[in-house]
Design a protein around this ligand. Structure first.
Ligand code: ATP
Length: 360
């Protein structure tokens, strides 16, 4: 049994501008200890998906349908009390901004201790001892002294380390990380990502890592789901996604991975923006931005297809993509080439595919 199984999840927001379908019929699963990346531009529905898992969607939002099975139990059927005991205990979450996770009026140590006293029934002394150990483990120097510091006495990177300590304090089975390094500068970003990876391995914690940056996913994740306008457009083991992307949107995201010395904005190379979710374009939502779009794409919505079987994908499908190419409805096909370039030498490593000139 998968640790987490999301089946046909649909989440809508009833706003003055109209009904926003933020997550549309989404299914995926995460196995124990697996690191799963969720990628897409702003507005793709990544955060709403994570908040749904913690049952934190508030009005005007509503989880309309679907199942969220955690260890086989549907989170959507649980009582509020059951969900509260899950949060911060078996499932915990790291947000992009450490400051929102830390309460400025309590010391950092107190905040880490609190979760352990509450969920694990630790005494004050036990919780303090374990908190100091965790602060040390996440790389806070002089952890015993820093235990009594207030959040404002920590740098941004140290605050995020403290949040990671807090998130791992109850040894969760699933850690949801929502853009955990966006607020940090690049050198600290790498350290924090390495730390998450290292501790997830050590604690055998599954990770759902949300990011707009495929480069980050490549470093950490085992499998990836690419989302566009509330839907999954591609799912793949991470290496296969890089060497052989199946969806034009994934290809666009890849050519946007910044290289050393590259000062472009990350997503500049996909022209246009995510459509208005209140009024999605007919057919494939990506068609107005897709270089390979044909007439059929403007009228027919592509199903998520299992690449191996060519049938509709199931939650178990390892490789899937939602493009009419995979139901043989495109006349000209997808015409791109993937070139994998060695970052150090600049030379081509493993040319695959045929056609255009997509540098990945
Ligand atoms: N509280 C809300 N009220 C109304 N609409 C909302 C609300 N929260 C989210 N949405 C809608 O859901 C869509 C998906 O939002 P979500 O935050 O999941 O995107 P995301 O992929 O996580 O983007 P980002 O990287 O910017 O966080 C948004 O485009 C927005 O229209």
């Amino acid at each position: 049994m998968a640790l987490l199984e999301i089946k046909d999840l649909t989440v809508r927001f009833y706003t003055q501008e109209g009904v926003v379908t933020a997550v549309d019929n989404l299914s995926y699963q995460i196995k124990r200890g697996e690191k799963f990346g969720v990628v897409g531009e702003s507005g793709a529905g990544k955060s709403v998906t994570a908040l749904s898992l913690m049952r934190l969607i508030d009005s005007p939002g509503r989880i309309e349908s679907g199942e969220i099975l955690f260890k086989g139990q549907n989170i959507l059927d649980m009582t509020e009390k059951e969900v509260r005991s899950l949060r911060g205990n078996e499932i915990s979450m790291i947000f992009q901004d450490a400051q929102t996770a830390l309460n400025p009026v309590y010391t950092v140590g107190e905040q880490i201790s609190e979760a352990m006293r509450h969920h694990l029934g630790y005494s004050n002394e036990e919780a303090r001892e374990r908190s100091i150990q965790l602060l040390d483990q996440v790389g806070i120097p002089e952890a015993e002294t820093r235990y009594s510091d207030y959040p404002h006495e920590f740098s941004g990177g140290m605050q995020q380390r403290a949040v990671i300590a807090m998130a791992l304090s109850c040894d969760p089975d699933l850690l949801l990380c929502d853009e955990p390094t966006t607020a940090l500068d690049v050198t600290i970003e790498t350290q924090i990502l390495d730390l998450i990876e290292e501790l997830a391995d050590e604690f055998d914690t599954a990770v759902q890592l949300i990011t707009h940056d495929l480069g980050v996913v490549a470093d950490i994740c085992d499998r990836v789901m690419v989302m566009y306008a509330g839907k999954p457009v591609e799912k793949a083991p991470v290496e296969e996604l890089y060497y052989d992307p199946k969806h034009p949107y994934t290809v666009g995201l890849m050519s946007s991975i910044p290289r050393v010395g590259d000062t472009r904005d990350r997503l500049q190379t996909i022209p246009g923006t995510m459509p208005d979710l209140v009024e999605l374009p007919p057919g494939c939502s990506f068609h107005p931005r897709c270089p390979f779009a044909e007439d059929a794409c403007t009228t027919t919505e592509p199903a998520l297809i299992d690449i191996e079987s060519s049938d509709e994908a199931t939650v178990d499908s390892s490789r899937a993509a939602a493009c009419l190419e995979y139901t043989d409805q495109l006349q000209n096909g997808l015409d791109y080439e993937v070139r994998v370039v060695d970052e150090n030498t600049g030379s081509e490593m493993n040319p695959t595919q045929t056609g255009g000139s997509q540098n990945v």
